[in-house]
Ligand binder design. Structure first.
Ligand SMILES: *Cc1c(COP(=O)(O)O)cnc(C)c1O
Length: 432
């Protein structure tokens, strides 16, 4: 299948090129040239199928023309060696728990799939070592590093701001070694992102090495996120709760929710979506006014959503074509830190269910916006233990850390300290 650019000025790319390049040459985002409808029979059987079985069918719809069926099946089954259960929280609100993977956040699904797909493409062509550069404020770096660990032909550089990620997050990408290098940058997350962006534009670096990104602009990372919307639907169908389904998605760069919009376009019976934001609500303002006006992000306790210019907005616009069409399917909400704290506290007190600050936005959006005949599923995007201090200070109770995260705490931190100066970073990369 060919992939076109949302800016419509670059040549269409093959899947392999779209995955290796990340961004189109006109700086647009790649979109699949067709979104296949799934046959009715699929929906009749879906509630009897496993997460892997469902995902393989979705994967074939997107990637079946470019990856042979046997390899694609292995790729999907290796990626999804963990479950994403739907758990009831209150009468008509359910939590889709996406935190049962190795780094306890939803990004594990896309990162693991992308690592395996990239490995598949360059596996036949081993002389092409590919270097993944990723800037992180925490969750992306850990999911990408663990997803790519040990994949032949690929080296990952994780750039993170010194002293500004939580200890659990830092240990998840600094203890791995092998093909993962952690670069501890003396600066902010924005400095890390600027270094990565400058590297992609730098002629010397691009001549010397294959560089790619692994954030949700990459089709191989963002499309697989549609898998769990289908699986959530299957679980709701089994529970007799699949009518008038509303998905509420805690959103930052909008990769996760866009994958849900693709699922709906493939025929998944979803009534509507809610984009749940913290105070960084550029998308909500767009829904209200029709004007998309990115602005610098502000820091919140749901920090994985501190995004002032959501990179997948271009995909949402391309998919729907107009403000009216977008508003018909998606609504938005925005919550302050105080409101997020209030939600975590009250849900914990009333039900015993512990939300993380991101999932809390998703939950509250349903609590505030669900109509009588609707059932809501919010995406619980990370395990609350990843935000230990915040969550414990709200509930006053200790949070038990899942075993998958404990493993990292026993490792030895290895990182290379660099200044935020581009020439230093460039020289470091060229000398590797
Ligand atoms: C990355 C992240 C988000 C935001 O997802 P997008 O795809 O960028 O919208 C939400 N919650 C958590 C915990 C995350 O790590």
């Amino acid at each position: 299948m060919l992939y076109y650019s949302t800016n419509k000025k670059a040549k269409d790319a093959s899947l392999k090129d779209a995955v290796i390049k990340g961004l189109a040459s006109d700086k647009g985002l790649f979109m699949p040239s067709a979104i296949k409808q799934l046959p009715k029979a699929f929906y009749h059987n879906i509630s009897e199928m496993s997460f892997q079985e469902i995902s393989f069918i979705i994967a074939e719809a997107f990637f079946g023309e470019d990856v042979d069926a046997e390899s694609l099946k292995t790729l999907v089954y290796d990626t999804l060696s963990f479950d994403t259960p739907v758990v009831k929280v209150t009468d008509n609100i359910y939590s889709l728990e996406l935190f049962h993977g190795p780094t306890a956040a939803f990004k594990d699904v896309g990162a693991r799939f992308m690592a395996r797909l990239l490995g598949y493409f360059i596996g036949n062509d081993r002389h092409e070592q590919v270097n993944v550069l990723v800037a992180t404020s925490g969750d992306t770096g850990s999911a990408v590093a663990n997803g790519f660990l040990g994949v032949p032909g690929i080296h990952v550089y994780v750039l993170y701001p010194k002293g500004k990620v939580s200890q659990i997050q830092e240990m998840q990408f600094t203890t791995l070694g092998r093909n993962i290098t952690a670069l501890e940058i003396d600066g902010t997350f924005d400095d890390c992102q600027a270094l990565v962006k400058s590297a992609f534009m730098d002629a010397d670096l691009n001549a010397a090495m294959n560089l790619t990104s692994a954030n949700s602009i990459n089709v191989a990372r963002f499309l697989p996120q549609s898998f769990y919307y289908f699986y959530a639907y299957a679980q709701m169908l089994k529970a007799g709760k699949a009518d008038n389904l509303v998905f509420s998605v805690p959103s930052g760069n909008f990769g996760n929710i866009t994958a849900g919009l693709f699922a709906k376009r493939m025929g998944l019976p979803v009534k509507r979506f809610i984009a749940a934001n913290n105070r960084n609500d550029v998308f909500l303002q767009y829904l209200k006014t029709g004007d998309y006006e990115p602005r610098p992000s502000v820091a919140t306790i749901a920090n994985a959503m501190d995004v002032g210019a959501p990179s997948n907005f271009a995909r949402v616009l391309d998919l729907y074509g107009s403000h009216d069409a977008i508003c018909a399917d998606i609504s938005g909400v925005s919550y302050t830190d105080e409101q997020i704290r209030g939600t975590v506290a009250s849900v914990y007190k009333a039900t015993g269910y512990l939300l993380d600050p991101h999932g809390a936005c998703g939950y509250q959006a349903l609590q505030d916006g669900l109509q009588g005949d609707e059932t809501g599923v919010f995406l619980e995007t990370a395990h609350p233990a990843k935000f230990l201090d915040t969550v414990e200070s709200i509930t006053g109770d200790t949070v038990s850390i899942p075993d998958t995260l404990k493993v990292f705490m026993d490792g030895k931190k290895q990182s290379i300290e660099l200044s935020a100066d581009f020439d230093t970073f460039k020289t470091y990369l060229l000398e590797r």
